[in-house]
Design a protein around this ligand. Structure first.
Ligand code: 6PG
Length: 475
């Protein structure tokens, strides 16, 4: 087999890289694998004898490159940031015209734009692709958001189409636009993931502190919700999380887990990029901020003592059928608003970067494989599919009725939670955004007046064209 060449190569045999390589091998492609410590690459072959014929571990980067068919495709599955630049620098001298470097990590899309520009005119190609679905997704079918060199996409499309998750036989992969488009979409995916998770956690907070339910009862409710509009991977795993018993203490697992959320930064990127585009993704922002505050546990404990005399009202939540369906409806409505914000950020980025992002296709490739996968995304895909311009999901005829119907449940849940002192930052951000979004006459006129008074920043009047300055009384 010394002459056999690999169809594609993966650099970085961490969990994601190894699982992606195994997925590729399982689909019948020959995959070269390389790792900084070569043993790890050989272990991938040794530990998977049934796929061994399709796995080509390399001793060195040189051997890895030599083992690839031309034009060569090398996928980097290394930590985002400097490791990607380092790998690029090492491999570039070994590659030839037409070869493709693919960064499949969770890159900052700004880095992807820079890397794409760096290879321009060199004959080498760069693709930045977001891969979602965690370890199991990488192994058995992720959702793949591709951006970068469109002319090179046909080289990897056959492999990606085979390894991607399928939604009713349709592969969850697509080329979405040039340079950073794929990684930008993955970043927004993660921002939405944060908002979705935070909203579920807030409802859990109401169930725990307002309804005093046991986790096993909550699991039952989430399982029930998973049969309707909310049906999704995140609701499904929430029920599993809540049902689990800690073998050490026999207590519900969620009760022995410290209430400090980790984050690797992609949710924060989503919020920063949305702000830069002038599209406040406030539910995503609330979710990122809540993770930040969650990790200040000692400080929260001190604050809890300082304010223990503050009277909050009695929780007005009820665990009966109307009470639970109110919670369900509130969560559905807030979720629509969060997705609308994520989509608004993508639409703005698309305009700003001339990416022409196919927003309907994005919903389609998120229907399976990724962390936010759900049937609900099929509704979004259909909204974009109808051919009418979707200015914002909240203006899409498919969603107006749903939001109009669900907003009162969201309003009641946010109001009751506030009165009871139960924090619901993402749910209330969703409600505030909705109310602000649907208000024809806002309050920014006062802000303009203030700006003009202290800084002569000018403002527009309803009855004249152009910016004007008013001579305000001296203060
Ligand atoms: C995915 C996920 C994944 C992400 C984890 C953890 O789409 O598979 O988004 O890429 O790394 O969800 O992210 P945090 O550590 O930031 O929560």
């Amino acid at each position: 087999m010394a002459d056999a060449k690999a169809d594609i190569g993966v650099i970085g045999m961490g969990t994601m890289g190894a699982n992606l390589a195994l997925n590729i091998a399982e689909k019948g492609f020959k995959v070269a694998v390389q790792n900084r410590t070569a043993e790890k690459a050989f272990a991938v072959k040794d530990d998977n004898p049934e796929l061994a014929d399709n796995i080509f571990p390399a001793e060195s980067l040189e051997d890895f490159v030599k083992s690839l068919k031309t034009p060569r495709v090398a996928i980097f599955m290394v930590p985002a940031g400097k490791p990607v630049d380092d790998e690029m620098e090492k491999i570039r001298p070994l590659l030839e015209e037409g070869d493709v470097m693919v960064d499949a990590g969770n890159a900052d899309f700004n880095d992807t734009v820079r890397r794409s520009q760096a290879v321009e005119g060199t004959g080498l190609k760069f693709i930045g692709m977001g891969v979602s679905g965690g370890e199991l997704g990488a192994r058995h079918g992720p959702s793949i958001m591709v951006g970068g060199a469109k002319d090179s996409y046909p080289l990897i499309e056959p492999v990606l189409t085979k390894i991607a998750a399928k939604y009713k036989d349709e592969p969850c992969v697509a080329w979405l636009g040039p340079d950073g488009a794929g990684h930008f979409v993955k970043t927004i995916h993660n921002g939405i993931e944060y908002a979705d998770m935070q909203m579920i956690a807030e409802i859990y907070g109401i169930m725990r502190d307002g309804l005093k339910l046991e986790p096993s009862k909550m699991a039952e409710i989430f399982r029930d919700w998973n049969t309707r509009e909310l049906a999704s991977y995140l609701i499904e795993i929430t029920a599993v999380n809540l049902d689990e018993i800690d073998p050490k203490t026999d207590k519900p697992m969620v009760e022995v887990i410290v209430d400090e959320a980790g984050q690797k930064g992609t949710g924060r990127w989503a919020v920063i990029e949305a702000e830069k585009l002038g599209v406040g993704a406030t539910t995503l922002e609330a979710a990122v901020a809540a993770r930040g505050l969650s990790s200040r546990r000692a400080e929260r404990a001190d604050a809890a003592k300082l304010y223990d005399k503050v009277e909050a009202g009695q929780p007005q939540f009820f665990a009966d059928e109307p009470g639970l369906s109110e919670l369900e409806s509130a969560l559905v409505t807030a979720k629509i608003i969060a997705y609308a914000q994520g989509y608004a950020a993508m639409a703005a980025a698309s305009d700003e970067n001339s990416w022409n992002l196919p927003l309907g296709t994005i919903a389609e490739i998120w229907r399976a494989g990724c962390i936010i996968r759900s049937h609900f995304l099929d509704d979004i895909a259909k909204a974009y599919d109808k051919g009418h311009t979707v200015v914002n999901i909240l203006q899409s005829p498919d969603f107006v009725g749903r939001v109009a119907k669900g907003q009162s449940a969201l309003r009641r849940v946010v109001a009751k939670a506030s009165l009871a002192g139960i924090p619901v930052p993402a749910l209330s951000a969703a409600l505030a955004y909705f109310d602000d979004y649907r208000r024809e006459r806002g309050t920014a006129n006062l802000i303009q007046a203030q700006r003009d008074l202290f800084g002569a920043h000018t403002f527009h009047r309803f009855d004249t064209d152009g910016a004007v300055h008013h001579k305000w009384p001296a203060v």
